[in-house]
Ligand binder design. Structure first.
Ligand SMILES: *Cc1c(COP(=O)(O)O)cnc(C)c1O
Length: 357
């Protein structure tokens, strides 16, 4: 049988592991930070109507500039942004890949601050961009000084900041983002996949007058649209011109565009569960210490908790109870998504009954 290593694959891909969050179809899925609430039926009906219309035109290529979608996204974001400031792709992962294709690549580097979103380094590898890292402060915080020193030391072409950070939930102060921007002559990308869950300010506020600042967002998390695959970015219009050089033509299908536009027209309904999800997050942060665990503060829709003697054993025992959470590889820690009230109860009850710790 042919092994991967038998193939003439790129040397820099040899020995790498693909993204591999387990996809188990169990009763309580709290492992990849989705919005666990299904979208409202009235919205679903509208999306289906839009899809029915769009499907009649799929003999033609879709709008390569996805203009209506960019207008919808700009309207949703606010902050004075227009369609010219907005770019989108099949998930924000594809947006990030296009950013690295345009601004990174062989001979260039991107700086990140682990533990952070695992796809940042995987996309760096895939695009031949050198992934360089710097340490966070105690409690996974990231101070202005730490960020600026790392940028001065590593001189990266691109800086990735994740706010709130996955998997730790840590938010980032806007002044840190401003200082990072001023410290680098390169691109600064702020991954705001969880922005709708945080109380603090968004980096969208900083875009004016900062053409090297990129803010990425996604419809996969708060917006309950992970399966549709729609991520986007706001930046100076010149940045979208750069991304046009590397994207494949017609990369957003007519069906994706129609579905996303229809969903964005119902943004308040799509986001209706966000407050409830934040309550479940805060409920877990209050409940976990009583069970002997140490949750970290979180501005996102998940909680990272420490004090887990054997994360693998706890993960497996929860799985036997039809519950999946995430072992993110941080010693003595596990991450759990904030789901519905019922899911949170099932998770906390199971955790309280566990023999493994
Ligand atoms: C989930 C997540 C994304 C979303 O990726 P999509 O491709 O849009 O589904 C992006 N960034 C971070 C930090 C995430 O956790």
């Amino acid at each position: 049988m042919t092994e991967l290593s038998d193939l003439p694959i790129r040397d820099d891909l040899r020995g790498l592991q693909p993204y591999g969050a387990p996809q188990e179809h169990v009763r309580v899925q709290l492992n990849v930070n989705e919005n666990t609430h299904p979208i409202p039926e009235a919205v679903a009906t509208d999306i289906v109507k839009a899809l029915a219309e769009a499907v009649l035109g799929v003999n033609r290529y879709p709008d390569r500039e996805f203009t209506e979608l960019r207008e919808s996204l700009a309207g949703y974001l606010g902050h004075g942004l227009t369609a010219e400031n907005v770019w989108a792709a099949n998930g924000s992962n594809e947006v990030l890949q296009q950013v690295l294709q345009a601004f990174g690549g062989p001979g260039r580097s991107v700086l990140g601050f682990p533990p952070t979103y695992s796809m940042h380094s995987i996309i760096a590898n895939g695009t031949g961009t050198r992934w360089v890292t710097a340490e966070r402060d105690a409690g996974y915080e990231l101070s202005l000084q730490t960020v600026v020193e790392a940028i001065r030391r590593e001189q990266p072409d691109i800086v990735f900041l994740c706010s709130p950070n996955n998997p730790t939930g840590t938010p980032l102060a806007l002044e840190t983002i401003v200082a990072a921007y001023d410290a680098t002559p390169g691109i600064l990308l702020v991954d705001e996949a969880y922005a709708e869950f945080q109380e603090g300010d968004t980096a969208l506020r900083l875009l004016e007058g900062r053409p090297r600042l990129l803010v990425s967002r996604t419809m996969s998390k708060a917006f309950a649209f992970a399966g549709a695959r729609l991520g986007y970015l706001a930046a100076d219009p010149a940045v979208t011109d750069a991304l046009r050089l590397v994207r494949l033509p017609y990369h957003l299908s007519a069906l994706t565009q129609a579905a996303a536009v229809a969903a964005l027209a119902h943004a308040p309904e799509m986001l209706a569960m966000v407050e409830d999800i934040k309550q479940q997050r805060d409920r877990m942060i209050v409940a976990l210490p009583a069970l002997g665990y140490t949750p970290l503060p979180s501005a996102a829709n998940f909680v990272l908790f420490g004090g887990v003697e054997n994360p693998h054993a706890v993960f497996e025992e929860l799985l036997e109870n039809d519950i999946i959470i995430r072992d993110v590889g941080i010693p003595h820690h596990l991450r759990v998504t904030a789901g519905s009230d019922a899911e949170t109860t099932i998770f906390l009850d199971a955790l309280a009954r566990l023999s493994a710790r």
